[in-house]
Write a protein that binds this ligand. Structure first.
Ligand code: AMP
Length: 510
């Protein structure tokens, strides 16, 4: 089934329901949104003569036109290639070329720099939402119905964030994204008319993928005027719209919670904050629950099985009386309903509970493969199982705890050291704001542990205090040999800490 059918059905059942807001301002109802999408589909198919499977690029910040372009492209049976607005132009150029994008939508803030990026690409048409040409495209004769698409047809080419190496295009099919959305309703949250979904993180990533559940439910979509994450604006939007949900990376959750606490703001306008994409530390989620209440659900996924490996739902996050509460809130929860999740050895054989191995996943959300990259696909999907590259272990109750990505594990004196464990300990220090632990080459031990520490408000922290914390909580050999105090951690545009970058800073020391 074509994903665009979701919008068509809601527009028939609830034509006058508000579909889209720009900040507080209403933009259109569901009939209006579906008509715009059908017109853009008509433009792509009839004016540009695109055939199903053609790639449509969206290099756009979060603008109100985003959804109509996504659904317009699906109407015409084409594949969308959303590109994070914050990527470096060279990365954008690589993606446009690699994906073979022929039509590119660019938001006004990025349009000036576009010409040099098109060299060597197949892009023939560039459209800027808001421009006269775009308005013309949008008033093309609407398609009467979306073109039929099979579950196996590619809907979204999702470029991995590429914290190491070149990004790869993950082929997410219509079937993958429908199964992901079914899991959202089973394992993450409800959605219904009157709810609102705010896009405070890039629509090109997890934030945009929450759209499907909310289109199905006929909920309203809110694109913040800041086009991004501004805690003050979000609090305002939650109060204006009510029942506001959003996807937030853990670093965003922390900033939102700090703002709510500092301003003494009323959190009751927030429905659900879905967090994931990187580790959420115990201290941070405890603080979040204390300040904003039971409004959080964690998801663990990756582009290759979008948003769908495990989830840690409200019921577990509020189960404070549970003997294993702390372990649970440090975990990523339990397998989502439509996928099998295994902790496995190199051959894909399941390991017993408590043992650490690679997390592998099988089910209808697992990608069709990497675009034009059969070697990488064959390495990553074996016998139907997706090898995620993440390490973790299950407990006896089925909760999965992530250790680290295999490449981030530090091997010192033959022992595996998981940076996350040390990071959790250092974050208990009241003056530590953020921390990231990596390995540095060591002639005798192989690697040694180094911690990069960001202090709260630039406070001076005694190394001895950090050492003492480690000695109280973890084995002596895991204690960092050095603490480097820095003003900020390097992060990519999704807020993930770039450990490769930190390791690079250390490589000159050896
Ligand atoms: P991406 O494909 O860019 O979304 O990155 C996916 C990776 O982010 C996963 O393989 C994990 O390493 C990490 N990740 C995603 N969700 C979580 C989570 N809830 N907790 C910790 N790490 C996560």
């Amino acid at each position: 089934m074509n994903l665009a059918q979701l919008l068509v059905r809601t527009a028939r059942v609830h034509p006058q329901r508000p579909a889209l807001f720009h900040g507080r301002r209403p933009v259109c109802d569901y009939r209006g949104l579906a008509t715009c999408a059908a017109s853009i589909g008509g433009f792509l198919r009839d004016h540009l003569c695109l055939t199903p499977g053609a790639r449509i690029g969206l290099w756009m910040s979060n603008v109100p036109e985003y959804l109509e372009i996504l659904y317009g492209a699906w109407f015409a049976g084409t594949t969308v290639v959303p590109v994070n607005a914050k990527l470096h132009p060279r990365e954008v150029q690589f993606i446009l070329e690699n994906a073979g994008v022929s039509v590119l939508f660019v938001s006004d803030d990025l349009a000036d720099g576009i010409t040099p990026l098109l060299r060597g690409s197949c892009v023939e048409v560039v459209l800027v939402p808001g421009s006269a040409e775009y308005q013309l495209a949008r008033s093309s004769t609407p398609m009467s119905a979306p073109l039929p698409r099979e579950a196996d047809d590619v809907a979204w080419l999702f470029y991995t964030s590429g914290t190491t190496g070149r990004p790869k295009g993950v082929m997410q099919t219509h079937g993958n994204l429908l199964a992901m959305t079914a899991c959202y309703f089973m394992d993450v949250d409800t959605a219904q008319g009157g709810d609102t979904l705010a896009y405070a993180a890039p629509l090109s990533h997890a934030s945009g993928m929450l759209n499907f559940a909310h289109v199905i439910a006929g909920a309203a979509h809110v694109v913040p005027e800041s086009r991004g994450f501004d805690p003050v604006e979000l609090i305002d939007l939650s109060l204006a719209h009510g029942r506001l949900s959003l996807f937030a990376a853990p670093t965003m959750v922390k900033r939102l919670v700090d703002q709510v606490a500092a301003a003494g703001a009323d959190p009751s306008g927030f429905k659900t904050i879905v967090y994931g994409g990187g580790p959420m530390y115990i201290e941070d989620i405890r603080q979040a629950l204390e300040v904003m209440g039971d409004r959080f659900v964690q998801i663990y996924g990756q582009g290759e099985t979008p948003m769908t490996i495990t989830a840690l739902g409200r019921e577990h996050l509020r189960d404070r009386g549970n003997a294993r509460y702390l372990e649970r809130i440090a975990s990523v929860g339990v397998a989502q309903s439509l996928v099998e999740v295994r902790v496995a050895d190199d051959e894909g054989r399941a390991l017993p509970d408590g043992e650490t191995g690679e997390i592998i996943v099988r089910g209808p959300t697992v990608m069709k493969g990497y675009w034009n990259n059969p070697e990488a696909t064959a390495k990553t999907v074996r016998d139907g199982w997706l090898f995620t590259g993440d390490l973790g272990s299950f407990d006896a109750d089925g909760f999965l705890t992530l250790k680290d990505r295999s490449k981030d594990v530090i091997i010192s004196g033959g022992s595996n050291i998981y940076p996350r464990e040390i990071e959790e300990v250092l974050l208990q220090h009241p003056q530590v704001d953020e921390v990231s632990v990596v390995g540095r080459r060591h002639d005798e031990w192989g690697e040694e542990v180094i911690a990069f520490v960001v202090a709260k408000n630039g406070a001076a922290i005694e190394r001895g205090e950090l050492d003492a914390l480690c000695l109280q909580n973890i084995a002596r050999f895991k204690r960092p040999k050095e603490y480097r105090f820095v003003s900020a951690l390097p992060k990519n545009s999704y807020g993930k800490v770039l450990k490769t970058d930190l390791r690079g800073r250390l490589s000159g020391d050896a």
